[in-house]
Structures are given as structure tokens and as C-alpha cells.
Design a protein around this ligand. Structure first.
Ligand code: MTE
Length: 375
């Protein structure tokens, strides 16, 4: 008999939040509250229109309470497990290592979950659990090299300083050693040129570029080299996908799943907004497209509900793990219109008409659509 895979780790489900409410959180600029049990804030889709997302406009995803006590002076990072020389670093020690910067599009695996049918429990993210920032700090591999990874070291686990209520297991996830030793994987201390804010992991977080946000542990305090993948809740049953496509609503056996790693190919229209009324004439359709570890090859736009497609133009900025901004000029004629965007990446992956349904609602990436009236 097939066992049901949990839609999401049970104890991570948030308290319900006010519908789509923009809230005043100090330092946050017009973000949408998705959960206030554990703070989850989404960027309105029109924010996905700048090369770098300003930090106050960057979505926030917390599985539990943020650490209440954080001090740069008292913070420590321990490195242990399958290493020759376990060590503990201070923030001052970290700052002596060479700094590397990576512009990365960080997207929550659950972004777009609210569009999945049948619906899936968990944070009901719309389109904005994604943002792009320049993350800086030492390379994880430089930190690991100081401890000397043993040949038996195959995975690297991170533990955050989250405050863990009741019986909730701590936020610990691991990544394979190859990704950990990649020159772009960081122990990031800065975001867009400033020290990380508390919501984004002060004083240091892992940055695993191109991968789901959950691979970038905030408030990291322990790095442990392991001989096998970490087996805790946030690796299993959390953050897994079926090995084979399944029908919407179907269950999958845990042994028929694998961890989610790189992001899918995806584009989103940041303007005009869904439901907008526009004047006839020239309309700039714009948005962002990203593909995790792959490159965006093209973005196509349809203004006739998917019958014909035209190639969008790219903005000038690009970086290996970052979204590409795109725009397309449309001469709008009176009537009701469906505008769609479809991205293709360098691996030949094309944004599908319907996203692959999975029990946790991860990696939603269907062709984006906004409906507008021209009058
Ligand atoms: N790290 C810790 N320690 N605790 C968390 O709850 N959430 C993860 C990841 N790192 C999380 C974490 C998830 S699911 C995402 S999508 C990203 O952080 C979000 O990063 P942000 O809040 O800086 O946008």
C-alpha cells in the first residue's frame, strides 16, 4: 500500500494570515503577510522588476521563530563532523577570509503553491516568494578547507539558530559535498552590500546558489560534514519531489522521492498587473525569468491567450544564478486580453502550461498569465 507523503512537515504549517494584507513591519516595505505565527512575507509581484531586490522588499520565509538573541560579538560558527580539525570561528575570523560575491535569485520551493490544483496545505504563496540579491562573504569551501574535509565527507549540513517551539526539530538541512565545494557557495554575511538583516539571517547564512531557498540556511551556527545525507525532518519528509510524475492529488511513497535541489525554469509578469485597465496604444509588458543553475535562453510573450508568441527583449544585466529582466512592447487594442509569458532555458526546459503537481506544491512554474482590459 502506498503511504501518503506529508504535504509539508506537519509542524511547519503556519497560523492563517489576513488575506493578502500589506502590513507594517519595521524595515519591510509593503510586503504581504502570509503567516504571522512564524513570519512569512511575500513581495508583491510588481517588486519583481528590479535587477536587485532592495532588502526591505525581499520576501521572508521562516519555519519557526527568528532567534531573539543575536550578537555579532557572541556569535560562533562551529565546523565539525568528517573533518581533520574541528574548529570554531568568530565573525572576525570569517571576515579575514577572501570575500566573494554572487548575485543570486533566491526562490522558496513553495512559491506559487496557491495556484496548484488540487490545493495543497502549507504557506499559500502567490508569485512573490522570490527575489534577487548580491550575497557576499567567504566561500564555504575556504571555511571547510581550514577544517580539512576527510575523504568520508560526502554531505555538508547547516544548523540555524532558529528558536524551536515545542517538539519541532531544529532547522538542519544538508547539501552534497560537490555543491558545498563549488566556488559560488558561500557563508554569506552581506546582502546588497550591507550586513545581513535579522530577517535574512544575520550574522551569517549559507548561500547555495541556484537551489531552492531552503538550501540557504539562515543564522547558521553549525556546519557539520557528514558521510551521508542528513536525515532530519527538513530533508525527509520535507523538501522532496516524486521521482516520477504523478497525477494531481495522488500520493507517493517516501522511498519514491528525492530532495529538491535546483530551481525550475520560470518567468513571471511584473506588469501590467492582473485585472488592470489600460489605455489603448503602447504598453510595456515586463517581468523576470530564472532557471536555477541553468541560463534563460528566451522568454516569449503572447497577448492573444497563447495562440501566437513573440520574443521578449532582455535587460542588460546578467549573472550566472540570477534572473533576467525582460520587456516587450505591445500595441494594445480595446478589449479583454490574456497576456502570457513562457521561458526556455539553456537545458531546453520550457515553462509548461500546467506545473507538475506534487504533494507539497514545490517548484510551481506554469506559464504566467495576467488578464487586462483595454478601454
Ligand atoms: N534558515 C533557517 N535557519 N530557518 C528557516 O526557516 N527558511 C529557508 C531558508 N533558510 C529558513 C532558513 C527557506 S524555506 C527559504 S525560502 C529561505 O531561507 C528564505 O530566505 P529569506 O527569508 O532570506 O528570503
Amino acid at each position: 500500500m502506498a503511504l501518503a507523503m506529508h504535504a509539508a512537515p506537519l509542524f511547519c504549517w503556519p497560523m492563517p494570515a489576513p488575506q493578502n494584507g500589506a502590513i507594517e513591519i519595521p524595515g519591510e516595505d509593503g510586503l504581504l503577510l502570509r503567516s504571522f505565527g512564524f513570519l512569512d512575507l511575500e513581495s508583491p509581484v510588481e517588486y519583481l522588476s528590479t535587477w536587485l531586490t532592495p532588502v526591505p522588499r525581499f520576501f521572508v520565509r521562516n519555519h519557526m521563530h527568528e532567534p531573539s538573541q543575536l550578537s555579532a560579538a557572541d556569535w560562533r560558527l562551529s565546523i565539525g563532523g568528517e573533518v581533520e580539525k574541528p574548529l570554531t570561528l568568530t565573525l572576525a575570523d570569517l571576515s579575514k577570509l577572501e570575500v566573494h560575491s554572487v548575485v543570486n535569485t533566491l526562490e522558496c520551493a513553495g512559491n506559487g503553491r496557491r495556484f496548484q490544483r488540487p490545493q495543497i496545505p502549507g504557506v499559500q504563496w502567490g508569485k512573490g516568494a522570490v527575489g534577487t540579491a548580491e550575497f557576499s562573504g567567504p566561500r564555504l569551501r575556504d571555511v571547510l578547507q581550514r577544517a580539512g574535509v576527510k575523504l568520508s565527507g560526502k554531505h555538508v549540513a547547516f544548523r540555524g539558530l532558529d528558536e524551536v517551539p515545542g517538539k519541532v526539530p531544529p532547522f538542519i538541512r544538508s547539501i552534497p559535498i560537490e555543491k558545498a565545494l563549488d566556488a559560488d557557495t558561500l557563508v554569506a554575511t552581506h546582502m546588497n552590500g550591507a550586513p545581513l538583516t535579522k530577517h535574512h539571517g544575520f550574522p551569517a547564512r549559507a548561500l547555495t546558489p541556484g537551489w531552492i531557498g531552503a538550501a540557504s540556511c539562515k543564522w547558521v551556527t553549525e556546519i557539520k560534514v557528514l558521510d551521508s545525507e542528513f536525515a532530519g525532518n527538513f530533508m525527509n519528509p520535507g523538501y522532496r519531489l516524486p521521482n516520477q510524475p504523478i497525477n494531481p492529488g495522488e500520493t507517493v511513497r517516501p522511498e519514491d522521492t528525492h530532495p529538491v535541489t535546483s530551481l525550475a525554469v520560470k518567468s513571471v509578469i511584473s506588469g501590467p498587473l492582473d485585472g488592470a485597465t489600460l489605455k489603448p496604444g503602447r504598453v510595456a509588458i515586463r517581468g523576470a525569468a530564472w532557471a536555477g543553475e541553468a541560463e534563460i535562453a528566451k522568454v516569449e510573450i503572447s497577448t492573444d491567450g497563447g495562440t501566437t508568441w513573440a520574443r521578449a527583449n532582455f535587460g542588460g544585466e546578467r549573472a550566472r544564478y540570477a534572473w533576467r529582466l525582460w520587456h516587450h512592447e505591445w500595441i494594445a487594442e480595446p478589449g479583454d486580453h490574456s497576456i502570457r509569458s513562457r521561458a526556455t532555458d539553456s537545458q531546453g526546459r520550457v515553462q509548461p502550461a500546467t506545473a507538475a503537481w506534487n504533494p507539497s506544491g514545490y517548484l510551481y512554474n506554469a506559464i504566467d498569465e495576467v488578464r487586462v482590459r483595454v478601454a
